[in-house]
Design a protein around this ligand. Structure first.
Ligand code: GLC
Length: 670
């Protein structure tokens, strides 16, 4: 059952697709408590729920820390934070859905476009305290018979998740630093020479002419259409980036059209707001305005017409390097400070001033959106910005490419964006802790509707190591998005750069062998509003040990994934809530299996060994590798798992929008 409660006059987010009538009366489960921290009785209100010792709080989508969110405080305020770590409070997306399991079981969605804080037992271990910035929001409370049931009801409420083309399940290579067609051709050639499967190469901001959206640097990428076709002949899709900010430059059509038609956000004086990102000064399209979305969305045609069929939307929190006003005031203060003998206070003031220039939340109060004629400060709808950029693209793809699926994933998001694209997990680091975080985020993102997702494999910032890359691949073989991406200035991390390239190659081959299964599970999850990745406790709700597991996940109904995420470890502890079959795989041809009894085990896993489990009486289809997804042969799948088990394989053409569970499912028997 879902109940909707309304406080004040909320701003429409379009997160929910079903129009539920508002329930009058008291919100169940929560107390509305006045914190006494402010003089204003309304803004001092908070939602309070008392947690029992064993209660688990799942959810919050893209956030730091574990599967169980207890013990930390999180804020939904979409942030460009390439240096995030354990004590970060906001990442790139806002996914205000929680699922509380323990003494009571319920889900709750705070549909609220502004900043909202979730103190999940941080201040007081037994108190869940939720504080929106103002009291204009809808709250949906969902009860049901199980965790899975509640998530399913929620997912139905927010609408079917975006469906990526099948080629987007292939391996992708990316780096911020491929500066021209030659660099990209070289990457393709290196992969093909070594016969490492590859479906896509990503094009970062360098492909554009002076970082202008919907342009191509003709010198770096002459005859782009032919270049794109040439890549496609090799079975490689080019996937360009699109940024939120539009460069201010006379003669640049996107800029000029935007100014002429009032498509940009306005400043306090009603002029087009100016911020700075990669190209220097930019205007930000007002994606909350339908006309702007239509206009911007149709700009993707510029690249679609050249043969591109996938994009990633970036810097759409939006990231702002500086505003002129802030820069000027900081410069002024720094010039004053430069005359001083900096002591502990003035030195920290100085470093704080410099660090606070970029992505300063204060800047969100200085520009405005036009929502149906109403002038709304950005700070009130901040978390909807990236979502609406992706919506602009998604809606346009339905018009521009009604038959064929276009790959789309975004950095910033809000619930609702999941209907238009996937997301990647933002600018992580080449850290072992971020490998674990990649795993821990999968179920919470699935709860929020984001099924096409994954992290930058190997880590985006800082220098990766070849063992980290190999271990990361051993997780990423299972995630729908499997893209190796890194920042300029870091160690190059294309797989052929490493001495252990052969072991990496075998992991990619395993991925391709698994694609029939992964794609099938992804499609089943999308079409049934279910999760592809689940915490163990979702299936073993009463099992105390399963409820505490933070580093293993179920994938579909057949697999349990158990990656190694610790440097130099040659194995790991696993918990089996029931008997399962361990698979230790070095390559598609070289693996062994062993049935292990329920309980705690230490399993060996040398660096080049992928370890995972097949659940009791289950089997998964396994195919042969191929150089790209198009060449996968699904007619010769064999079953890996328990004798006599069968598998229902969902399989469609992978690129049209004709999805149908009944006509596309067939039984694989051994
Ligand atoms: C942002 C993106 C990253 C990209 C970079 C340059 O940091 O998150 O993926 O490589 O911008 O465009």
């Amino acid at each position: 059952m879902i109940q909707r409660f309304r406080f004040g006059t909320p701003i429409e987010t379009c997160a929910v697709i079903e129009e539920l009538s508002v329930t009058e009366g008291k919100l169940p489960f929560f107390d509305l408590t006045y914190s006494g921290e402010t003089d204003d009785a309304i803004s001092g209100l908070e939602f309070i729920y008392t947690l029992k010792d064993k209660d688990i709080v799942y959810g919050l989508g893209e956030q730091v820390r574990g599967i169980n969110k207890r013990g930390w405080i999180y804020t939904s305020c979409n942030a460009d934070d390439p240096h995030h770590h354990e004590d970060t409070k906001s990442l790139y997306g806002s996914h205000n859905f929680l699922l509380i399991s323990g003494e009571k079981l319920f889900g709750v969605f705070f549909d609220y476009a502004g900043n909202i804080t979730f103190d999940v037992g941080y201040t007081h271990r037994d108190t869940l305290r939720i504080t929106p910035e103002d009291w204009n929001l809808d709250v949906y409370v969902i009860t049901g018979e199980s965790e899975k049931d509640i998530v399913k009801q929620f997912r139905k409420l927010i609408g079917r998740s975006y469906i990526a083309p099948k080629w987007a399940f292939g391996y992708g290579q990316s780096r911020w630093g491929y500066k021209d067609a030659k660099d990209i051709r070289e990457v393709a050639a290196e992969y093909r020479k070594r016969e490492i499967p590859l479906d896509s190469i990503y094009m970062d901001i360098d492909y554009m002419e002076r970082y202008k959206d919907f342009t191509i640097d003709e010198e770096a990428f002459p005859a782009f259409e032919a270049f794109c076709a040439g890549m496609m002949e090799q079975g490689i899709h080019l996937v360009p980036i699109i940024d939120a900010g539009v460069k201010i430059e006379e003669g640049y059509d996107v800029y000029e059209e935007g100014v002429k038609n009032d498509y940009f956000c306005k400043d306090t004086k009603g002029k087009d707001f100016v911020g700075a990102v990669w190209p220097g000064r930019v205007h930000f399209p007002d994606f909350l305005k339908a006309e702007t979305r239509k206009w911007f969305g149709e700009k993707y045609a510029f690249l679609l017409e050249k043969g591109v069929d996938g994009f990633w939307n970036d810097m759409n929190e939006p990231a702002i390097f500086y505003t002129e006003e802030r820069l000027a005031s900081v410069m002024e203060r720094i010039s004053e400070l430069s005359k001083e003998n900096l002591d502990v206070n003035s030195y920290f003031e100085f470093t704080g001033l410099v660090a606070g220039i970029g992505n300063n939340v204060g800047d969100y109060e200085t520009f405005f959106h036009d929502m149906g004629g109403m002038k709304v400060p950005h700070s009130k709808v901040h978390n909807l910005y990236g979502y609406n950029m992706t919506k602009a693209a998604g809606e346009a793809f339905d018009r521009l490419s009604p038959e064929k699926r276009i790959l789309m994933f975004s950095r910033s998001s809000y619930i609702g964006a999941h209907r238009y694209g996937g997301i990647w997990q933002g600018d992580n680091k080449s850290w072992w802790s971020h490998l674990l975080m990649n795993l821990q985020m999968m179920p919470s993102l699935n709860m929020a509707g984001f099924l096409y997702t994954g992290a930058d494999v190997g880590g985006f910032g800082s220098d990766t190591t070849e063992d980290l890359m190999l271990r990361w691949l051993q997780l990423a073989v299972f995630t729908p998005l499997m893209r190796n991406h890194s920042s300029r200035g870091t160690r190059e991390q294309e797989l052929y750069r490493f001495d252990n390239c052969d072991a990496c190659k075998r992991m990619i081959e395993i991925r391709y062998g698994l694609i029939p299964y992964l794609y099938s599970e992804y499609m089943k999850a999308v079409l049934a509003d279910e999760m592809m990745f689940r915490p163990l406790s979702f299936d073993f709700t009463e099992d105390e040990d399963a409820r505490g597991v933070e580093d293993q996940l179920f994938l579909g109904d057949e697999l349990m994934i158990t990656p190694v995420y610790t440097q130099n470890a040659t194995g790991r502890y696993v918990y089996l809530p029931e008997e399962m079959m361990l698979v230790r795989m070095r390559s598609l041809m070289d693996y062994e299996t062993e049935v292990l009894a329920a309980g705690h085990h230490y399993i060996k896993a040398e660096l080049s060994e992928l370890v995972f489990f097949i659940r009791k009486d289950k089997a998964i289809p396994l195919g042969a590798a191929a150089m790209n997804t198009e060449k996968l042969d699904v007619s010769t799948l064999k079953l890996l798992g328990y004798d006599g088990a069968e598998y229902d394989l969902y399989e469609d053409d992978g690129f049209t929008k004709k999805y149908d569970i009944d006509s596309c499912t067939r039984k694989i028997v051994s």
